[in-house]
Design a protein around this ligand. Structure first.
Ligand code: ZN
Length: 142
């Protein structure tokens, strides 16, 4: 039954295409959710010790500790804590920027493409770090 065989082949191809499209969409949706969650988590961490800078988008300011009067030892401890928090703030802020940039790329339909060589970034790499901007090759060269 060559006729039927031909039909079957045609249907199978359509089916495979449908499945592939569906999977990619689903994967992108999952990635988007992952990024949104990461964003919320980072913002929550940041807001526990820093406040959002109303003038600069994406910038946070660590709250300066209230230095108790007349207690130098306490004051030194507070300043040290402040400097540690500044480092954490910087690192969280950087991560948040990457996550926001990735979400923007999802919105623009550019997600998953290397910013340097424009090749597709490997699925495993995106699964490990959904905010990755570069493919493994380009990231290794930096
Ligand atoms: Zn690349």
């Amino acid at each position: 039954m060559p006729k039927n065989k031909g039909n079957l082949y045609g249907n199978t191809t359509t089916l495979i295409n449908l499945i592939l499209c569906g999977m990619n969409k689903e994967l992108l949706e999952q990635t988007k959710q992952k990024l949104e969650e990461k964003k919320k988590q980072l913002e929550r961490e940041l807001s526990s010790f820093a406040s959002k800078d109303p003038d600069v988008k994406g910038d946070w300011d660590t709250k300066y500790p209230r230095v108790p009067e007349g207690d130098l030892e306490d004051a030194a401890g507070e300043v040290e804590e402040y400097s540690t928090k500044l480092h954490i703030e910087f690192s969280l802020e950087q991560q948040l920027k990457e996550v926001n940039a990735a979400l923007e790329r999802v919105a623009q339909g550019k997600y998953g493409t290397c910013e340097n060589c424009e090749k597709e970034i490997a699925q495993e790499r995106l699964a490990a770090s959904p905010e990755a901007r570069l493919c493994l090759d380009c990231a290794g060269k930096q």
